[in-house]
Design a protein around this ligand. Structure first.
Ligand code: SF4
Length: 305
Protein backbone atom coordinates (compact mmCIF):
# COMPACT_ATOMS: atom_id res chain seq x y z
CA UNK A 1 0.00 0.00 0.00
CA UNK A 2 1.27 3.48 -0.75
CA UNK A 3 0.97 6.47 1.63
CA UNK A 4 -2.22 7.78 -0.01
CA UNK A 5 -3.94 4.38 0.34
CA UNK A 6 -2.86 4.05 3.98
CA UNK A 7 -4.12 7.57 4.72
CA UNK A 8 -7.49 6.80 3.10
CA UNK A 9 -7.88 3.68 5.26
CA UNK A 10 -6.85 5.61 8.39
CA UNK A 11 -9.47 8.29 7.69
CA UNK A 12 -12.22 5.69 7.20
CA UNK A 13 -11.30 3.66 10.31
CA UNK A 14 -10.97 6.78 12.44
CA UNK A 15 -14.65 7.57 11.84
CA UNK A 16 -15.79 3.98 12.31
CA UNK A 17 -13.89 3.58 15.58
CA UNK A 18 -14.73 7.05 16.94
CA UNK A 19 -11.02 7.80 17.30
CA UNK A 20 -8.85 10.88 17.54
CA UNK A 21 -5.24 11.00 16.34
CA UNK A 22 -2.95 13.10 18.52
CA UNK A 23 0.56 13.70 17.21
CA UNK A 24 3.63 15.17 18.90
CA UNK A 25 5.69 17.82 17.12
CA UNK A 26 8.71 15.46 16.84
CA UNK A 27 6.90 12.74 14.87
CA UNK A 28 7.78 11.73 11.31
CA UNK A 29 6.37 14.15 8.68
CA UNK A 30 3.91 11.55 7.28
CA UNK A 31 2.58 10.94 10.81
CA UNK A 32 2.26 14.70 11.41
CA UNK A 33 0.19 14.86 8.20
CA UNK A 34 -2.53 12.54 9.58
CA UNK A 35 -2.92 14.41 12.89
CA UNK A 36 -6.24 15.67 14.15
CA UNK A 37 -4.13 17.71 16.56
CA UNK A 38 -0.42 18.39 16.59
CA UNK A 39 1.28 19.72 19.70
CA UNK A 40 3.44 19.20 22.77
CA UNK A 41 2.75 16.55 25.38
CA UNK A 42 0.56 18.54 27.77
CA UNK A 43 -1.36 20.29 25.03
CA UNK A 44 -2.22 16.91 23.49
CA UNK A 45 -3.20 15.28 26.78
CA UNK A 46 -5.54 18.19 27.54
CA UNK A 47 -7.14 18.40 24.08
CA UNK A 48 -8.83 15.03 24.40
CA UNK A 49 -10.55 15.97 27.67
CA UNK A 50 -13.20 18.06 25.93
CA UNK A 51 -13.64 15.88 22.85
CA UNK A 52 -16.23 13.15 22.83
CA UNK A 53 -14.29 10.15 21.48
CA UNK A 54 -13.84 6.57 22.63
CA UNK A 55 -10.32 6.01 21.35
CA UNK A 56 -7.20 8.16 21.30
CA UNK A 57 -4.36 7.09 19.02
CA UNK A 58 -1.37 8.80 20.60
CA UNK A 59 1.62 9.28 18.32
CA UNK A 60 4.45 10.11 20.67
CA UNK A 61 6.29 8.30 23.46
CA UNK A 62 4.90 6.34 26.40
CA UNK A 63 4.99 8.96 29.17
CA UNK A 64 2.93 11.26 26.92
CA UNK A 65 0.33 8.59 26.27
CA UNK A 66 0.27 7.91 30.04
CA UNK A 67 -0.47 11.59 30.74
CA UNK A 68 -3.30 11.43 28.18
CA UNK A 69 -4.68 8.35 29.95
CA UNK A 70 -4.43 10.02 33.38
CA UNK A 71 -6.43 13.00 32.12
CA UNK A 72 -8.85 10.81 30.12
CA UNK A 73 -9.26 7.66 32.25
CA UNK A 74 -12.55 6.64 30.61
CA UNK A 75 -11.07 6.64 27.09
CA UNK A 76 -8.84 4.05 25.45
CA UNK A 77 -5.39 5.53 24.88
CA UNK A 78 -3.48 3.57 22.27
CA UNK A 79 0.25 3.94 21.61
CA UNK A 80 0.95 2.40 18.16
CA UNK A 81 4.35 1.07 19.33
CA UNK A 82 4.42 0.31 23.05
CA UNK A 83 8.23 0.18 22.99
CA UNK A 84 8.39 3.91 22.10
CA UNK A 85 9.74 5.06 25.43
CA UNK A 86 11.58 8.22 26.43
CA UNK A 87 15.07 7.32 27.72
CA UNK A 88 15.14 10.47 29.86
CA UNK A 89 11.84 9.57 31.57
CA UNK A 90 13.36 6.17 32.39
CA UNK A 91 16.48 7.72 33.96
CA UNK A 92 14.68 8.26 37.27
CA UNK A 93 13.40 5.32 39.31
CA UNK A 94 11.19 5.52 42.38
CA UNK A 95 13.72 3.89 44.80
CA UNK A 96 16.38 6.51 44.01
CA UNK A 97 13.89 9.36 44.16
CA UNK A 98 12.52 8.25 47.55
CA UNK A 99 16.08 7.89 48.87
CA UNK A 100 16.87 11.45 47.79
CA UNK A 101 13.65 12.74 49.33
CA UNK A 102 14.63 11.04 52.63
CA UNK A 103 17.93 12.97 52.58
CA UNK A 104 16.06 16.23 51.96
CA UNK A 105 12.68 15.85 53.68
CA UNK A 106 11.96 19.59 53.49
CA UNK A 107 12.37 19.66 49.68
CA UNK A 108 9.44 19.43 47.27
CA UNK A 109 9.65 17.22 44.19
CA UNK A 110 9.10 19.05 40.89
CA UNK A 111 8.78 16.55 38.07
CA UNK A 112 9.14 17.52 34.45
CA UNK A 113 6.20 16.12 32.49
CA UNK A 114 8.75 13.79 30.84
CA UNK A 115 8.47 11.27 33.68
CA UNK A 116 6.63 7.98 34.08
CA UNK A 117 3.21 7.94 35.75
CA UNK A 118 4.85 6.19 38.73
CA UNK A 119 7.35 9.04 39.26
CA UNK A 120 4.55 11.59 38.91
CA UNK A 121 2.67 9.74 41.65
CA UNK A 122 5.53 10.51 44.08
CA UNK A 123 5.89 14.14 43.00
CA UNK A 124 4.47 17.32 44.50
CA UNK A 125 4.00 19.14 41.22
CA UNK A 126 4.72 18.68 37.52
CA UNK A 127 6.02 21.21 35.04
CA UNK A 128 6.63 21.59 31.33
CA UNK A 129 9.59 23.23 29.61
CA UNK A 130 7.52 26.42 29.27
CA UNK A 131 6.31 26.80 32.85
CA UNK A 132 9.14 25.29 34.92
CA UNK A 133 10.13 28.67 36.47
CA UNK A 134 6.50 29.64 37.12
CA UNK A 135 5.94 26.27 38.82
CA UNK A 136 9.18 26.50 40.87
CA UNK A 137 8.14 29.94 42.12
CA UNK A 138 4.79 28.51 43.21
CA UNK A 139 6.32 25.70 45.29
CA UNK A 140 5.99 26.32 49.04
CA UNK A 141 9.58 25.34 49.84
CA UNK A 142 12.92 26.95 49.10
CA UNK A 143 14.40 23.58 48.23
CA UNK A 144 13.35 21.71 45.09
CA UNK A 145 14.30 18.23 43.94
CA UNK A 146 14.06 18.59 40.14
CA UNK A 147 13.67 15.41 38.05
CA UNK A 148 14.75 14.06 35.61
CA UNK A 149 16.27 16.70 33.27
CA UNK A 150 19.40 18.35 34.68
CA UNK A 151 19.51 20.81 31.76
CA UNK A 152 15.95 22.08 32.20
CA UNK A 153 16.61 22.12 35.95
CA UNK A 154 19.79 24.17 35.54
CA UNK A 155 18.01 26.62 33.23
CA UNK A 156 15.13 26.92 35.69
CA UNK A 157 17.66 27.57 38.46
CA UNK A 158 18.94 30.63 36.56
CA UNK A 159 15.38 31.98 36.40
CA UNK A 160 14.59 31.24 40.06
CA UNK A 161 17.87 32.14 41.79
CA UNK A 162 16.45 32.42 45.31
CA UNK A 163 15.64 28.69 45.55
CA UNK A 164 17.98 25.75 46.00
CA UNK A 165 17.71 23.06 43.32
CA UNK A 166 18.83 19.47 43.69
CA UNK A 167 19.16 18.28 40.12
CA UNK A 168 18.63 14.69 39.07
CA UNK A 169 21.48 13.80 36.66
CA UNK A 170 19.21 12.87 33.72
CA UNK A 171 19.06 14.40 30.27
CA UNK A 172 17.48 13.90 26.88
CA UNK A 173 20.08 12.15 24.69
CA UNK A 174 18.79 14.00 21.60
CA UNK A 175 19.17 17.48 23.10
CA UNK A 176 22.30 16.60 25.08
CA UNK A 177 24.03 15.87 21.75
CA UNK A 178 23.45 19.43 20.50
CA UNK A 179 26.59 21.52 21.06
CA UNK A 180 27.01 25.24 20.69
CA UNK A 181 29.45 24.61 17.82
CA UNK A 182 26.51 23.11 15.85
CA UNK A 183 24.59 26.34 16.40
CA UNK A 184 27.57 28.58 15.51
CA UNK A 185 28.20 26.63 12.31
CA UNK A 186 24.62 27.23 11.14
CA UNK A 187 24.79 30.86 12.24
CA UNK A 188 27.88 31.35 10.08
CA UNK A 189 25.94 30.04 7.07
CA UNK A 190 22.77 31.99 7.94
CA UNK A 191 23.87 35.15 9.78
CA UNK A 192 20.37 36.71 9.81
CA UNK A 193 18.67 33.70 11.36
CA UNK A 194 17.24 33.87 14.87
CA UNK A 195 18.42 31.02 17.10
CA UNK A 196 15.63 29.21 18.97
CA UNK A 197 16.55 26.29 21.22
CA UNK A 198 14.64 23.99 23.54
CA UNK A 199 15.31 24.26 27.30
CA UNK A 200 16.32 20.57 27.30
CA UNK A 201 19.58 21.74 25.67
CA UNK A 202 22.78 22.31 27.65
CA UNK A 203 22.97 25.70 29.39
CA UNK A 204 25.82 26.95 27.17
CA UNK A 205 23.66 26.19 24.10
CA UNK A 206 20.75 28.08 25.67
CA UNK A 207 23.05 31.01 26.46
CA UNK A 208 24.22 31.08 22.82
CA UNK A 209 20.61 31.30 21.55
CA UNK A 210 18.30 34.25 21.03
CA UNK A 211 15.48 32.43 22.83
CA UNK A 212 14.80 29.20 24.71
CA UNK A 213 11.28 27.99 23.94
CA UNK A 214 9.13 24.90 24.34
CA UNK A 215 7.98 23.49 20.99
CA UNK A 216 4.71 25.38 21.44
CA UNK A 217 6.69 28.55 22.14
CA UNK A 218 8.66 28.03 18.92
CA UNK A 219 5.43 27.66 16.91
CA UNK A 220 4.03 30.90 18.34
CA UNK A 221 7.27 32.86 17.99
CA UNK A 222 7.94 31.78 14.39
CA UNK A 223 4.42 32.85 13.44
CA UNK A 224 4.58 36.29 15.03
CA UNK A 225 8.22 37.20 14.46
CA UNK A 226 9.29 39.59 11.71
CA UNK A 227 12.37 37.41 11.19
CA UNK A 228 12.26 35.13 8.17
CA UNK A 229 15.03 32.67 9.05
CA UNK A 230 15.42 30.51 12.14
CA UNK A 231 17.97 28.02 13.46
CA UNK A 232 16.01 25.40 15.41
CA UNK A 233 17.82 23.68 18.29
CA UNK A 234 15.54 20.75 19.01
CA UNK A 235 14.45 17.47 17.40
CA UNK A 236 14.84 17.99 13.67
CA UNK A 237 11.27 17.19 12.57
CA UNK A 238 10.01 20.19 14.53
CA UNK A 239 11.06 22.08 11.39
CA UNK A 240 8.50 20.15 9.31
CA UNK A 241 5.60 21.71 11.26
CA UNK A 242 7.26 25.14 11.36
CA UNK A 243 7.81 25.12 7.60
CA UNK A 244 4.29 23.85 6.87
CA UNK A 245 2.73 26.64 8.94
CA UNK A 246 5.13 29.34 7.70
CA UNK A 247 5.89 28.42 4.07
CA UNK A 248 7.42 31.82 3.34
CA UNK A 249 10.02 31.46 6.14
CA UNK A 250 13.17 29.33 6.38
CA UNK A 251 14.01 26.90 9.18
CA UNK A 252 17.41 25.29 9.67
CA UNK A 253 17.45 22.11 11.80
CA UNK A 254 20.37 20.50 13.61
CA UNK A 255 20.35 17.48 11.32
CA UNK A 256 21.84 15.10 13.92
CA UNK A 257 19.14 15.92 16.49
CA UNK A 258 16.92 12.90 15.97
CA UNK A 259 14.88 11.08 18.62
CA UNK A 260 14.81 7.42 17.51
CA UNK A 261 12.03 6.65 19.97
CA UNK A 262 9.68 9.19 18.42
CA UNK A 263 10.42 7.67 15.01
CA UNK A 264 9.17 4.24 16.09
CA UNK A 265 5.62 5.40 15.29
CA UNK A 266 4.89 4.93 11.60
CA UNK A 267 1.66 5.33 9.63
CA UNK A 268 1.52 1.53 9.13
CA UNK A 269 1.52 1.10 12.91
CA UNK A 270 -1.15 3.81 13.26
CA UNK A 271 -3.31 1.93 10.79
CA UNK A 272 -2.78 -1.35 12.65
CA UNK A 273 -3.70 0.33 15.93
CA UNK A 274 -6.92 1.62 14.42
CA UNK A 275 -7.75 -1.89 13.21
CA UNK A 276 -7.00 -3.65 16.50
CA UNK A 277 -7.34 -0.80 19.07
CA UNK A 278 -4.11 -2.08 20.59
CA UNK A 279 -1.66 -1.64 22.31
CA UNK A 280 -3.55 0.20 25.05
CA UNK A 281 -1.98 2.13 27.90
CA UNK A 282 -2.81 0.39 31.16
CA UNK A 283 -2.32 2.07 34.53
CA UNK A 284 -3.71 1.13 37.94
CA UNK A 285 -6.46 3.35 39.38
CA UNK A 286 -4.18 4.11 42.33
CA UNK A 287 -1.28 5.36 40.15
CA UNK A 288 -3.67 7.38 37.97
CA UNK A 289 -5.25 9.03 41.00
CA UNK A 290 -1.88 9.87 42.59
CA UNK A 291 -0.25 11.01 39.32
CA UNK A 292 -3.19 13.27 38.48
CA UNK A 293 -2.62 15.46 41.54
CA UNK A 294 0.76 16.98 40.49
CA UNK A 295 -0.47 17.29 36.90
CA UNK A 296 -3.62 19.10 38.00
CA UNK A 297 -1.61 21.40 40.31
CA UNK A 298 0.54 22.38 37.33
CA UNK A 299 -2.45 22.92 35.05
CA UNK A 300 -3.99 25.25 37.64
CA UNK A 301 -0.83 27.37 37.35
CA UNK A 302 -1.00 27.46 33.53
CA UNK A 303 1.50 27.63 30.72
CA UNK A 304 4.52 29.85 30.69
CA UNK A 305 4.43 30.74 27.03
S1 SF4 B 1 13.33 13.99 22.33
FE1 SF4 B 1 14.33 13.47 24.26
S2 SF4 B 1 12.87 13.97 25.85
FE2 SF4 B 1 11.75 13.85 23.91
S3 SF4 B 1 11.04 11.73 23.82
FE3 SF4 B 1 12.98 11.81 22.71
S4 SF4 B 1 14.47 11.25 24.30
FE4 SF4 B 1 12.62 11.80 25.38
Amino acid sequence: MNIAEINKKILKLKKEKNALILVHNYQLPEVQDIADYLGDSLELAKIAVNINVENIIFCGVKFMAESAKILNPEKNVILPDISAECPMANMVKSEGLLKLKKQHPEAKIQAYINTTAEIKSYSDICCTSSNSAKVANSVDSNKIIFVPDQHLGRYTETLVPDKEFILWPGSCPTHHRIHKEDIFKLKEQHPNAKILVHPECRLDVINAADHAFSTNGMVNYAKKSDATEFIIGTEKDMCYRLKKENPEKKFYPIKSAVCPNMKKITIDKVLKSLETLEPKIKLSDDIMKKAKMPLQKMMDIGRGD
